[in-house]
Every structure is written in C-alpha cells, then in structure tokens.
Design a protein around this ligand. Structure first.
Ligand code: G1P
Length: 911
C-alpha cells in the first residue's frame, strides 16, 4: 500500500526506505545504536537524544513532545552571505515560519540498517544540505554526522558554517532536579577540533560524586580543515534574547568566542558543541563536506585518536559501509520471501526490533521516557524467543543465568543487573509480584528444548534468588539484609542449588495453590497487563490461570518424554517442594480454596527463605500424573465456571475478577466487557476446547475488532475501574485501555495459527502489518509499534516485545519451520496468496547451527488445508521424510552432517 501511497517507500531490497517531506509528520524518530552502549535517536530535523545511559546524557534527555517543543537539536548552521542564516537540519525560526508556504525547504529522508540521511534544499537561498548520521558498530560511544553543503543557485555563494550541538553532559535526573545548579559543575575545554565537557561532580541518585565521564563535539572540514573557532558557552552563542533556533552568533555572523586551536577553558555554564568552520565561496554546483563527532568518554577523551579513527570524510564513508554490512548480517539471519516484497522488507525492520530492545532496554527512545535502561523479567524471557531464532548460540547460557532470579516461593527478582544472571534486591523495597512472571520461563525454555533437543539443560544446577521478601511478598524476612547476599541458602548456611527443572516446577506449582475466591490464580501486583495493578487483594487473573494450567500439562508431558527418551525414573527435588505435589501423599481437594491456601502456607513455613538442603526422590511417573491432574482440574473448572455464553450465539472466557471479587467480563446492561488477553491464553495453551475456538473468534470479531485500528485489547468498560487498574484511567483507545496493543494481537494471531485457524490468524497478522505500514495514519517508519492508538497512529515505536512474537510466529507458524525436541518439523501454514508467481514462498533461517533456505513450492496453487508436503530435496538430494500428525520431520543428524557456514537449500514440494 505504501508503495503507492504518500508514505515511505522501500528502495532496493535491503530494507532501505525513503520518505518525502519527513518533517511534515510529527513524532518520527530513528534509532542509531551500537553494542558499545551508544544510544541515539534522530528525528527528520536532527532532533532526538544521544546518551550512553540514564546518568550520562550528551544531549538533553527528552520525551516525544520535546521533539517539537525543544530547540536543542544537533544543529548545523549556514550563514549565507547577503541572505542570512539557514539551518541545514531544518531547525531555525525562519524555516519554521515558512513551513506551510511556498518557500518551505524541500526535504527527503532516506534510512536503512542503521543509518539516517536527510537531504534538504532551500530554493530561496539556493543551498542544499545532505546530512548522514550513524553510530558506528563496535565499542566506541560515538555518533557521526557528515554534512555536505552544495551551492544549488546559479551564482557564487559565500557561506559560513557553524555546528551547534547543546552539551547537556549529565544525568537525566538533573533535568528537573537542579538543572541550573548542575550546570555550575561544568568544566568546558576547547581544543583544535572541538568542545569537551567534563563536569567536576555528578549529582544523581547515587549521591554527589567526582565525575569522570566526558562529553564532546568535534569536527573537521574536508581535507582535514580544523574549525576556525568555537562557541563553548550556550548563552553567549544564542545572545541576550536569542534562542537555539535563532542564535545571535549565527544570525549576526559574529566572531567565535574562542579562536582557532581552542585552548580556552570555561567553567560553570550550559555548554555547547559550537564549532565555527572557515567561510568559503562555493561556485554553482560546488560542494563542501564536514564531519561532526558526538562522543562520550569514560574519562577525558583522546581526541586525536578519535579524529584519526572517524574524523575524516574517508573514514566516515568507510565506516558507514562497515556499519551497513554489520546490521545487514545481523538482520539477514532470517529472511522471508513471499508474494509481497514490501511486506518481506518490512519484516527486516521487525527482525531488527528485538536487537534494539536488547540494546536500549525499554528506555532512551523518545516515547520511552521512563526507566533506567533495564529490562523487566517478562521482557527478558520474551526477548529470548527472538534470540533463539536470531542468535541461538548465545541463548543456552542466557536462559541458565536467568533462572538464578527465581525465589523459593515461585516468584522472582525484578531488578536485573548488568551481568548475566545478576539480580538485585529491590532498592525501593516495593513489595510487588507480577503473577504472570512464573509462566514465561517454561514457554521460552520449551522453545529452546524443541529447537535444540538439549534435554540435559533441564538438569543443569542453578542457585535461587533471595531478598527480604517471602511468601510472594506477603511477608518479610527481617533476618535478611543486603550483606547476607542474594542467593538462597540452606539451614546450614550453604548456597542451595537445584536443577532447572526444579525451578520450572516451582514456578508453576506455587501459583496453582495461590488462588482467590473464585478458585483462579490471584492477580497479585498485575499480570502481563502492567496496567491491571489495583486489584492486589482479591483480583484474579483467569487468563493466566489457563496459561499456568497449560504449562502444568506440558510439564507433565515433558516428564513422560524424559522417561521415554532418557530413561528417567526418579526425580530429585528439594524435599519441601514435594508438599506441592500433594497427590503423592495427602491429596488436597482442589475445589476448596481454603485447602489450597492452607497447603501453600505449609509450604511457605517449610521453606521460609531458606531450605533444608535435603532432597526427596520421587517417581517421575507419579509427578507427571500429579501435574496432569492439576492441569485437567483447571481446564474443567475454567470451561465450567469462566465461560461466558453470549446472547449472540458466540462466547468467550472471562479473563479477570476485580478487587471486589466481581467478574469483570460479560454482557452488562450498558455495555459488553471483554478482553483480548482473556482469550489469548486459553487459545495459546489447552484451556479452550476445540468447540469453543470458533465461538471465541466470533466474539472477538464482534466485540474487539475495529476496522480502523484493528483488534482492540479490550472493549470500552466506560469508567475508571478503581478496583482493577490504572489502565482504565487512560482514555479509551489508548495504550492498555482498548488500543490495538501489538503484543497481545500478535499472540492472538500466533494462537490461531497454532490451533489451525490459519485464515483467521493471517487476518490478525496482516492487520498488524497493514496498520503499521499505513503511513497516512500510523506516521511511523517500517516496523511494529507497541500499540496503535484511536487515531491509528503507531506509538512507542521500535521497543516492543511484540516484534519477538511476530518473528517467532512467522518462522514457526506461518512458515512452520520449527524444532521438535531437536529434529526439524516442517508444518507450513501458508495461504495461497502468499506464494509468488512461480508458486514459491521461502524462508532463510538458522536451525541446528546450519543456515537453511527452505523453499516451499506449490505448483498446484492449492490453499492451506488442501496441500500436503509431498517431497523434500536437501541440496538436490531427496530426503526420506518421517510423517507425523503435524507435518514432516527431518532428523537433526541429517542437518548436523552438513558443513557449517554455507546456505543449504531445502526444497519442499507441496501437492
Ligand atoms: C509493554 C511491556 C510488557 C507488558 C506490556 C503490557 O509491552 O514491555 O512487559 O507486558 O507493555 O503492559 P511491549 O512494549 O513489550 O509491547
């Protein structure tokens, strides 16, 4: 659609795109980042921010509204003799004033993996600027800009360029708290190539400490021309009464405050990376180029080394090529080919998103104006889903480390440290448990086991986390303090470790007993929906009850597999945990809420933030039976008690109880209350029975689907719901209150594919693509947003867990390339229209450490449901297929026998 519309269009096939007049859309920004910790964002007017962390912002930290409110951008001024000041970045009062008239600049944005370029021309002044930006791959905290100025008039033009980037140089905390006082800490140095600030102290949450971090803006003209002077102090640059978008120094073409070579030291003002370059006369058509570097150093910056590496036009161009290859290699580990090349390229940007989330966390892009860079527990596990597809080699240790965050009460640490496996006790001491947290690790681990066949992983030993919280934050361990360390110990004071399998069992067994008045698992602090945070006492999450039940059933099946494949007869578990396997000794009546809670209390008392260290040996078969029995009880309970049969012939699952213990969903006098979340987990697992699925689909279409914004997260509840959560304080149609929230929508799509509802699933995934790529409404670059709001605008772009799920769904469901305990299962669910003109659809992906290009060939043009895998050729040789109920299996050994480092062609004939 975009290819015809007025939005961005793809150029070539590397995901590169362009957009005309990008500054006529608000809130656009593009990420520039590297693995070394440089995190930038850049808008079409070169606004945005540059930082390496919460306490080390080079430019002022901002929120999305600041993209138009603030005048502090990476500016590059050109004083055109006889015509006045012009901003090559588009940021001047003059250009703003002409924005809607005939004298507005012409601008085009081009961007790709991961670079950004804006070409801007003023016909009035006869000058054109091309500004290219990127953050070079590697470990240097530096962002680079190249500015090429061209005389596009018919006469000789004399210009004087000035780069002007405000150097905020401190912690985000200081934006409101002592912004002025902290400017008094600034120590500003000028030298041959630019301006550097090293504040004497840093004032932030860590206290007042000697600061070492340095921030600088440096530059050179082509041929190595050094700046001819500097404006290191912002207030002197803008002049009395001036502003960053109409600075006196430029508008009046004043002499620099500091001359060539620098050497002058200033103290105690807001700083500016103000670099004046030599005045030059350009003939018609003649160009001149400049490089500008924005750098953050752990201490004073080694400027000559930095300039040597990046400070010339050649270095800039060479590194740009390297950067493009770096990101292309990363993203091209997965490639899709269908009948829609634009959609395939769009997927490249979705594939990039999980990597961006790994690098930025949930902070540091303009919409993400919160947090300090860390990721939450839930995101940690879900981001691994995409990594399993993109960077599978690293995932085993990542998963293993993550399990060190589990507490012995089945909850987990929520503050994740810098090092893998490092979890930190909550500094703010806020007792809060997200009840969904225990459910995700098994889902991710099961994907890992299927992709790798590495069942031994389950028997790796790992420690447990402990802090002062116990009994899922209902009690405090007053004997604990930070010095006691954050790993669980035995009564004898030794560190206790258990198998990964034990961790998983615990995470799923404790919630089974932790139920509310309607015998569903308590909502506690919230579930997946962070906005359901006001029902901690009596609220219940029915939908996560079904998730946990599905886990219990799958765990039971996994135990039987372990018995069958590995001859496992006996399971060793911490003896306290056997209490939770009640059917092995005294069976609890699952219908009785009080009996369940009483058993849980006995368990908490037996393992009060420490364990005996003794292990019990249990028969695998019996444990598997216990788990299956629990799961079946829940399924039966949910189908019996939580199903809402509507008056319209369809039906759905109630997802929640509120803090007054009232059922949340249903048909009420004034409205229908329904959540998508309530449906997704019963569908994704086993709770929804086959007969219920079509009814749920019909109810979703009727109550939640809106052509304009897609599948809403919930219907309009019509009030603030103080007994449920803050989400309902948001206006309806926004974020967690009734927007199209991509994460849940894509999981809904995934669930429909899993359950064989391919046409319906495709509609869901396609809605995500169409809404995101419809620039007229979404006003976002290619990729998937966190949500689409009531207006159709794509919000919180780039950093969202939905991208992981989208990628996962495309690979494992749509293309059906997935592991089955290490073997390769092919189960394509492609619809007729997804095959190209030659009847082919293909995917390149990694499996068994081999790069496979799986090409499905459907010459008969049959639709999903009508075709079957007929034959497969691996590198031209026929493969003997093992047929299973889901599709066909190719043994892992066949793939691992292939050489690494090459692309292997698997051609699969569908008939
Ligand atoms: C965000 C959070 C995620 C949470 C969701 C709903 O979604 O990151 O943990 O479950 O909101 O509250 P995301 O931005 O990942 O799409």
């Amino acid at each position: 659609m975009n290819q015809k519309g007025t939005g961005w269009i793809f150029n070539g096939n590397n995901g590169d795109f362009s957009l005309k007049q990008p500054d006529r859309s608000s809130f656009l920004y593009f990420p520039l980042v590297n693995e070394g910790g440089m995190m930038s964002s850049v808008s079409p007017k070169l606004h945005g921010q540059v930082t390496s962390g919460h306490n080390t912002f080079l430019t002022p930290p901002l929120s999305v509204e600041d993209l138009h409110n603030s005048r502090a951008s990476r500016n590059f001024w050109v004083y055109v003799e006889g015509k006045g000041a012009w901003s090559a970045a588009g940021n001047s009062a003059r250009q703003n004033a002409k924005m809607y008239g005939d004298e507005a600049d012409n601008a085009v944005l081009e961007a790709g993996l991961l670079w950004h370029r804006v070409t801007r021309e003023s016909r009035e002044l006869g000058i054109r600027a091309v500004i290219t930006s990127y953050v070079p791959a590697g470990n240097d905290k530096v962002e680079l800009m190249k500015v090429v100025l061209t005389n596009s008039s018919a006469e000789e033009t004399t210009i004087t360029p000035t780069a002007a980037v405000p150097l905020y140089a401190r912690s985000a905390d200081d934006l409101r708290d002592h912004r002025h006082v902290t400017s008094l800490l600034n120590r500003i140095y000028t030298s041959a190539h630019g301006v550097e600030v090293q504040p004497a102290l840093s004032f932030d949450e860590r206290g007042h400490r000697v600061n070492h971090t340095s921030y600088g803006v440096f530059g050179a003209a082509e041929g190595g021309g050094q700046p001819v002077g500097f404006f290191p102090v912002q207030e002197e640059f803008i002049g009395e009464g001036g502003s960053l978008d109409w600075p006196e120094a430029v508008v009046m073409n004043l002499e620099p405050q500091v001359g060539a070579g620098g050497g002058v030291h200033k103290e105690g003002y807001e700083a500016l990376g103000g670099l004046r370059f030599a005045t030059v006369a350009l003939q018609p058509g003649q160009s001149i180029s400049y490089v500008v570097l924005l750098a953050i150093g752990n201490d004073r910056i080694d400027i000559s080394a930095l300039m040597e590496k990046y400070g010339s036009i050649d270095a800039f161009d060479n590194r740009l090529q390297e950067n493009k290859s770096f990101w292309a290699d990363k993203v091209n580990t997965v490639e899709f080919h269908t009948s829609d090349p634009a959609a395939d390229q769009w997927m490249k940007w979705v594939t990039l998103q999980p990597v961006l989330r790994r690098l930025y966390g949930n902070s540091f892009l303009p919409y993400h104006d919160y947090g300090r860079g860390g990721r939450g527990w839930r995101d940690l596990w879900q981001d691994c889903l995409a990594l399993l597809i993109m960077e599978p080699a690293d995932v085993r240790s990542l998963l293993l480390n993550n399990y060190a965050g589990v507490r012995i009460d089945g909850s987990n640490a929520t503050i994740i440290g810098q090092q893998p496996g490092e979890f930190i006790a909550d500094r703010n001491n806020i007792p809060r448990v997200w009840m969904d947290h225990g459910a995700w690790p098994f889902l991710t681990t099961m994907l890992y086991l299927d992709q790798s066949g590495d069942l031994d992983f389950l028997f790796e030993q790992q420690s447990y986390f402990r802090d002062s919280f116990m009994a899922r934050c209902r009690e405090r361990d007053t004997s604990w303090d930070v010095s006691a360390g954050s790993t669980l110990q035995t009564m004898n004071g030794e560190q206790y470790s258990g198998t990964i399998l034990e961790h998983i069992l615990l995470q799923n067994l404790v919630p089974f007993f932790n139920v509310g008045e309607h015998n569903n698992i308590l909502l506690e602090g919230a579930d997946w929906n962070d906005g359901l945070d006001m029902a901690a006492q009596r609220g219940e999450s029915v939908t996560f009850t079904s998730f946990y039940a599905s886990n219990l059933l799958d765990l039971s099946r996994l135990l039987r597999t372990l018995k069958e494949y590995k001859g496992l007869e006996i399971l060793e578990l911490a003896e306290e945990i056997t209490l939770l396997l009640d059917s092995l000794h005294v069976a609890v009546d699952y219908e009785s809420v009080s009996a369940k809670l009483a058993l849980l209390d006995r368990y908490y008392a037996a393992a009060p933030n420490k364990v005996s260290g003794r292990r019990a040996e249990l028969a695998v078969e019996k444990v598997a039976d216990d788990l299956a029995h629990k799961a079946e009880w829940i399924f039966e309970h949910l189908r019996r008690s939580e199903w809402i049969q509507s008056g319209q012939g369809d039906g759905w699952f109630n997802g929640y109880y509120n803090n007054d213990s009232e059922r949340v969903e249903g048909e009420f006098e004034n409205n229908v209350r329904m959540t998508l979340t309530g449906q997704v987990f019963p569908l994704l697992g086993h709770a929804a029975s086959p007969e219920q699925i079509p009814q749920i689909i019909a109810a979703v279409e009727r109550n939640l689907y809106d052509e304009k914004i897609g599948y809403r997260l919930n219907s309009n509840f019509g009030g603030i719901q103080q007994n449920l959560g803050r989400a309902f304080g948001f206006a309806f149609g926004h974020k967690e209150n009734g927007a199209m929230f991509s994460h849940m929508t894509v999981m809904y799509g995934n669930a429909l594919y899993k359950r064989g509802y391919v046409k319906e699933g495709r509609k869901v995934l396609d809605s995500l693509y169409s809404l995101s790529a419809n620039f007229e409404l979404s006003r976002m670059y290619p990729g998937i947003p966190e949500y689409i709001n009531e207006q159709g605008r794509g919000m919180y772009t780039y950093l969202t867990g939905s991208a992981s799920w989208m990628l996962l769904t495309m690979v494992t469901e749509v293309f059906g390339v997935k592991g089955k305990l290490g073997d390769l299962l092919l189960q394509p669910k492609l619809m007729k229209e997804q095959f190209d003109k030659e009847g082919q659809a293909s995917i390149k992906t990694i499996f068994a450490e081999r790069v496979l290009e799986v090409v499905y060939v459907s010459t008969s043009r049959a639709d999903y449901g009508e075709y079957q895998i007929h034959s497969a050729m691996l590198n031209g040789a026929e493969v003997t297929l093992q047929r299973v109920s889901e599709g066909v299996v190719i043994p892992r050994s066949l793939l691992t026998a292939l050489p690494e480092g090459e692309v292997h062609l698997l051609r699969v004939e569908l008939v």
